[in-house]
Structures are given as C-alpha cells and as structure tokens.
Write a protein that binds this ligand. Structure first.
Ligand code: SF4
Ligand code: SF4
Length: 283
C-alpha cells in the first residue's frame, strides 16, 4: 500500500505527520518513508538514519543532429511546452522545460532528434531499524519535478517488500508534482489546519482528490487554534477526519530542533494510533 501524506499548502504539518507516523510504525514493523517533496525535501532532518546509497537521477532530453535535419519546423509546432525552437538554420532545445513527452523525437521526419540522459537530481536511501528512508533532491534550477518523483516512486516500490507499507511525503499544492504522487498512491491523507487559509487550501486539495478519483481522509493539525469551519466542511462533504493533533507550543519548539514529536507527546501517539487503526496500517 502506498499512503500519501499531502496538503493544499506548505507548513500545515505534512512532514511532521509523515516522519512521526513512519517512525512510530517502524517500532512494530517494516515501513518505508519516501520524501517526494523533491524541490525541498526535509523529512531527513528528523530521522537519525544511516545512509546506504546515493545515486544520480536522469531525465531524457532530445538531442539535435544537424546533418539529419531538414529544418521543417514541425518540432517547434508540436512542442506544447515551447522548449524546442527553430532559429534560422539551427534547432535550439531548452532542457529545463522539456517534459520528455517523446512527441518531437518520435515524429521528426528527418530522424534528427534522439534522446540523451541529463542529470536532474540525486536519490539517496537510508535506514534505521525497520525504517527505510528514500529521498530525492532536484537539481537547483531544474524545472521538472514530475519525472524525478515518478522515478523515485518506482525505485521505492521495487525496493520495498511486496506487502510493506510505503508512506510518501507529497509536495505541497495541487499542481502536477502532487498529482503524480496522488495518482500512484492507494490512499491520501490531507493534512490541514483549522484556519480560513487551511480550509481554503483543503477545498482545493479535496477537488484534486475527486478529479483523480482517489480515496482520502483528513487529519487536522494544530487543533485548538482558529475555528470549527474545517470540521463543519468535512461533515457537510462527508469526509472522514482521521485524527486531530493538538496545537502545542512545546512541540513546535521541539520540532524546530529536529525532534520526532511522538516521543514527547501522548496526544500525538493517541492520534497516530487512531490513524493506524482506521487505515489498518499494521499487519
Ligand atoms: S522536426 Fe526534425 S527535421 Fe524538422 S526541424 Fe525539427 S529536428 Fe529538424
Ligand atoms: S520531448 Fe516533448 S517536451 Fe521535450 S522538447 Fe520534445 S516535444 Fe517538447
């Protein structure tokens, strides 16, 4: 099972829930946590893990062969992402924006385009006891996170045991990177906070789940601040609230120092138990 932890915006507690849930479960059974927030992965800051391997990750980018090109200009017309341009008697490719959609390479009438590998980031795998941690980090300046996310999920699935729980920390928002994660997940937990901003972003995230036809439920973080509008919304929309994690200033301080919070909070352990029980996460 792939369980995605997502949120409509950053800073709602997605990483707190991912790291604490994975570490708590690892006290009882094998579990893998993958940080797919590849533009800014930070789950590793909270996990005292030992690195097993690191490797470069690549994406495929078209390469132009001048001698075969008939300068028909079709590749420029076909590319929906404006990353291939015919300028005079040259074809320019802008690799940062290429989505590797294959269109130009497959249809070029002169066979002047073929793929080459370009480094887009780095993946690492670490472990501690029952916990395996996979993290991918996108190169600075690289625009396309989706390919790295997709390859990291494939790597994680291939590595994990067939019946092992995989928890993925999704990128924030509702754009292509989070859609890629949600699309490959079996269930999604949407983390929100009980504030007007939290509710607004939760509504967008819920719409995304419904468009992708994905099963999901909500966890409210910083419960006790704001108002009850998130609870009323979930009730009206028939959305299950799995847990409510109390707002606690002491925990915020411990979080800022890179601590796992379940070791210091009975409320958090109780809420994690509720999630584990409701989603049947233990074998
Ligand atoms: S489609 Fe192929 S042949 Fe036509 S301009 Fe582009 S690279 Fe050249
Ligand atoms: S592979 Fe697709 S996105 Fe990349 S340059 Fe070709 S047409 Fe554009």
């Amino acid at each position: 099972m792939i369980l995605a932890i997502a949120s409509g915006k950053g800073g709602t507690g997605k990483t707190t829930l991912s790291t604490n849930l994975a570490s708590y479960i690892s006290e009882k059974q094998k579990v893998t946590l993958a940080d797919l927030d590849v533009e800014e992965p930070n789950s590793g800051l909270f996990l005292d893990v030992e690195k097993d391997l690191e490797k470069d990750m690549f994406k495929k980018i078209p390469e132009w062969k001048e001698s075969e090109c008939i300068l028909c200009g079709k590749c420029q017309e076909w590319c929906k992402f404006n990353c291939i341009q015919v300028l005079g008697d040259e074809v320019m490719i802008f690799p940062e924006f290429c989505h590797t959609c294959h269109m130009c390479v497959d249809l070029c009438p002169g066979s002047a385009l073929s793929f080459k590998d370009v480094r887009m980031g780095r993946l690492s795998k670490s472990h501690k006891g029952n916990l395996t941690f996979v993290e991918s980090r996108l190169n600075i300046g690289e625009e396309q996170a989706v390919s790295l996310i997709s390859q990291t999920i494939d790597y994680t699935e291939n590595y994990a045991d067939e019946d092992e729980l995989i928890i993925v920390d999704a990128p924030p928002g509702a754009a292509c990177p989070v859609m890629e994660v949600v699309d490959k997940s079996d269930f999604v937990i949407l983390v929100t906070e009980p504030t007007p901003f939290g509710l607004n972003d939760l509504k967008i995230a819920v719409e995304t789940m419904r468009v992708l036809n994905r099963e999901f439920a909500v966890v409210i973080n910083r419960y006790g601040i704001g108002n009850d509008d998130v609870i009323s919304y979930c009730k009206a929309e028939n959305i299950d609230i799995l847990a409510k994690i109390n707002n606690d200033r002491k925990l915020a301080e411990l979080y800022s120092k890179g601590n796992l919070l379940y070791k210091h909070s009975e409320n958090l352990r109780e809420q994690l138990d509720l999630i584990i029980e409701k989603l049947h996460l233990l074998k």
